[in-house]
Design a binder for this molecule. Structure first.
Ligand code: CP
Ligand code: NVA
Length: 303
């Protein structure tokens, strides 16, 4: 593993190995054991979009590993004024041991890795959100024991979350079903890949997708950067939510996950959200453990 640009770059074994290390780090932290696996290492965190969980978990995680994290808002960086990514990559590589970037275009993340010489971690693009899905997989395995025989159902926008969840489900052997409106499907190449490589269903019926599901997942109807489409999206997604009726067709012990932030009354009802808050906030906590594992895998053995 040289970078984490998208989940599809990782093999099943690499994913499981990140999850195993994340479990170990969570156990150590619970028992007050903090080993400085990344002592003296520096991570730059470029943010072109807002963040609560990603920023805090990378910063806290790096501190716990004995390293240092720099918050770099693209509003303040020269990249926000048009300095090319290939120059930014080369400068940052001479100062830092790793770069995390949250931005719009996947290509920018790929270019950072191409022109830089240190590991690059994708902290969300419009295309995918691999760090989130590694934490999601960790939470599913923690609660369900294994991925074997599980059905994961995503309700809502075929966006960055759906793209990464689809890859995560197929790679770990879960069945994946998505209910989304026409015109809001996941990435076409990923859909074709999922059909070839896994058990996959796409439908406009939320009930059909949720039938017998072990895990229900949803995300906001309008993602960051889509604020102007909000009205149109509210109409298109009005029936694509997780509510009591959806819970009734899923397995009785189905868990509910949400990457957060959540909009109660839109993609999820307040009742379902609160009934599953334990799982959802464990999932949010697992961002810390999963990302510590990712940083160790990518940055630990570098000279
Ligand atoms: N889920 C997630 O990435 O949250 P933030 O946008 O707060 O980082
Ligand atoms: N789809 C959401 C995910 C936020 C973590 C967004 O891109 O805004």
């Amino acid at each position: 593993m040289k970078h984490l640009l998208k989940l599809g770059d990782l093999s099943r074994e690499e994913i499981l190995s990140v999850l195993n290390l994340a479990d170990q780090l969570k156990y150590e932290r619970k028992n007050g054991i903090f080993k400085e696996y990344l002592k003296g290492k520096k991570l730059g965190m470029i943010f072109q979009k807002s963040s609560t969980r990603t920023r805090v978990s990378f910063e806290a995680g790096m501190y716990e590993l004995g390293g240092y994290a720099l918050f770099l808002s693209s509003r303040d960086l020269q990249i926000g004024r048009g300095e090319p990514v290939e120059d930014t990559a080369r400068v940052l590589s001479r100062n830092l041991d790793g770069i995390m970037i949250r931005t719009v275009a996947q290509k920018e993340v790929e270019d950072l890795a191409k022109y830089g010489t240190v590991p690059v971690i994708n902290g969300l693009t419009d295309y995918c959100h691999p760090c989130q899905v590694l934490a999601d997989l960790m939470t599913i395995r923690e609660r369900k024991g294994s991925f074997k025989g599980l059905k994961l159902c995503f309700v809502g926008d075929g966006n960055n979350m759906a793209n990464s969840l689809l890859v995560g489900a197929v790679k770990t052997g879960m069945r994946f079903a998505i209910a989304c409106p026409k015109g809001y499907e996941p990435d076409a190449a990923l859909l074709a890949w999922a059909k070839e490589n896994g058990e996959f269903l796409m439908t406009e019926s939320v009930e059909e997708a949720a039938e017998g599901a072990d895990v229900l997942y949803t995300d906001v109807w309008a993602s960051m950067g889509q604020e102007e489409e909000r009205e149109r999206r509210m109409r298109a997604f009005s029936s694509f939510r997780i509510d009591d009726a959806v819970m009734r067709v899923a397995k009785r012990d189905a868990m509910v996950l949400h990457c957060l932030p959540a909009h109660r009354g839109e993609e999820i009802t307040a009742e379902v959200f609160e009934a599953h808050a334990d799982e959802i906030f464990e999932e949010a906590e697992n961002r810390l453990h999963a990302q510590k594992a990712i940083m160790c895998k990518l940055m630990r053995d570098r000279a």
